[in-house]
Design a protein around this ligand. Sequence first.
Ligand code: HDE
Length: 729
Amino acid sequence: MQQDNHKPGPTIPSEGQNGQSLANKIPAEHPMMTDNRSPLTTNVGQPVADDQNSLRAGERGPTLLEDYILREKLQHFDHERIPERIVHARGAAAHGYFELYESLSDLTTATVLTDTSAQTPVFVRFSTVAGSRGSADTARDVRGFAVKMYTPEGNWDIVGNNIPVFFIQDAIKFPDLIHAAKPEPDREIPQAATAHDTFWDFISLTPESMHMIMWIMSDRSLPRSFGMMEGFGVHTFRLINAQGKSTFVKFHWKPVLGVHSLVWDEAQHIAGKDADFHRREMWDSIKAGNFLEWELGIQTLTEDEEQKYDFDILDATKIWPEELLPVRRIGKMTLNRNPDNYFAETEQVAFNTTNLVPGIDFSNDPLLQGRNFSYLDTQLSRLGSPNFTELPINRPRCPVSNNQRDAQMRHTIDKGRVSYAPASLDGHSPDEATPAGGGFVSYPAAVNGPKVRARSESFGDHYGQAKLFWNSMSGPEKEHIVKALQFELSMVETRAVRQRMLEHLHKINEVLAGQVAAALGEPTSNGQVSAKPRGTADSVVGAQGLADATSETTASGGVQRSDALSMAHQPTSAKGRKVAILVTDGVDSQQVNALKEALSQAGAQGELVGPHLGDIDGKGGKLAAQKTYANTSSVLYDAVYAPGGSGMSELARQGDAHVFLAQAYKHGKPVAAIGESVALLKNSLPEGAIDANAGVLTQTGQNAQATIEQFVKAVGKRYWQRSLVETVA
Ligand code: HDE
């Protein structure tokens, strides 16, 4: 059943290949065609002699209905598309494995978290949420971070995001949130963007979303690459040990390369220059052997501590500050293989929050409880049959055995008469696994209380952690949040919506609100929120949320500032980065080669950008330009280097070279120029911009080695202190 794509299954050899008749070579098992090298056949295996011409009555006559080969081909094509995911439609994925550092047997019975000798296969899909399948990778959006682990006890999915909190507290609001965020239904505008009235209308009436809004307006929603994003399980789950003891847990994926982002202007340009920026980067990295790595971390909390803090651990709009509850790193995930087929794997993969293994269980988080219904339901509509779990990418790697039968597209051929239990015939039904034998047992959490549609008061603070996030940001990060809100809200046409948002922002921080208000041409708010949210949230919000106009941070366990929330404290290095090296005839080839070597030693890649592809007549040897100004752009690189060489003064006449340097400068990236290129750099940047401390390096002599070393150290950094960034490019 399980077909390894690297070992193609038996295919029917052609007569031409071995001189024998086809009939003699029919394999005993069903052939599953995994490549296209065998003779062309119809879908029922009939060899096709002519795939260029349909069957017609005479060479110039009408096509015959009899041409079942034409009809089969067109018909299959007509049905190629399946519905795209209602959210997270655009995604890219990779295969890999997970290895555990230390056994968590004190906390859980799950083999994947206790067996340190195992290498658990994984498939991970990253996605944007709002855009359709063909939208651009760099839209401002939360990223999906969905991990499927093929464990010996069944598939375990952590269907997470790159932001640790969510917009809403209750699953019943999810369709409203998504309807508001998606293109407006009358005009189908805008694509993959939240900068429009319906989104901000909903948000301005949903105070519980304010913490998430701070994250989404920060550069976290503009990741530099998938491998430079954190992942979060978001909800609180439970780990259950052999004694049946439950411990609350939150899951984190910590990227080995650190967490790094783009800036908004850059992200917008990338969307036009390379809409596939993130998926291409992941594909190329894996292909080049630069695998993506994350450590799995856990935060844990005992049952006794459930009510210890001033945030509710069942509220998905709250984090557990790491300063309070440190993240313990327990294993590493490596993505090392690209999919063989996008549709079969990345499109057909079906994640589900209910894919759990014994030793892990849910909490009562009402968002998680709602998701537990939604994922199976959506797969049935998207993939068309309950047999989607038999698709190779979804099928567990451990045995599957039960009495479920039939339905569309059944692959498994169940033998025998028994498809029921209890049964005594035919060696009877599969036996249930006992709890001691590893059978899944739900944690027997005590439940009581009246049936109500109400939200707990403990979910009532909507501004405390938004403040914590704001207070934890560096200066440049705050500036980017302000600019994001200025941009988004200025796109909102309805003034009342803009004003309501300013009222919320005022409750988070007055300076923030003031700066956004100034850009919108509005007076600063008095801190009163005029519109109350509808429904059950109303009374709850009144209790703590809307009433709280102080600047004190609440719902954060006393933590006022958390370095873990800011990207300013993340390690930077050249690893995984891409550098543009501008070349033209007469460039110093040795210098270019020395730079490329130094970059490669540091795990970065130097790409030669020239006026044309191919041969560049360098001083000291030929070079090959890999890109031209026509097919690439400064925004696709982390740094730009203009080498020396007697011919390089010519670069000053190439207008695109100016744009390359100026744009890199604007986006805070390191830039360097040597010898003949120094004049070009000076002319491209504002006066006073040449400053090694601000990542603008020059070297007038020809000995570039020291500058190369300095430059390579700078690659991966962004220099936000450049005060003149607004004046260029
Ligand atoms: Fe999802 N979400 N979601 N979600 N979600 C889907 O399932 C849903 C939520 C997340 O790469 C859908 O297969 C509800 C939070 C990811 O295939 C759907 C609620 C988080 C992916 C669905 C949420 C996520 C999805 C659409 C509120 C982070 C992509 C297609 C209760 C913890 C998985 C599909 C992939 C996809 C429902 C909220 C993450 C409709 C009802 C919170 C990463 O079932």
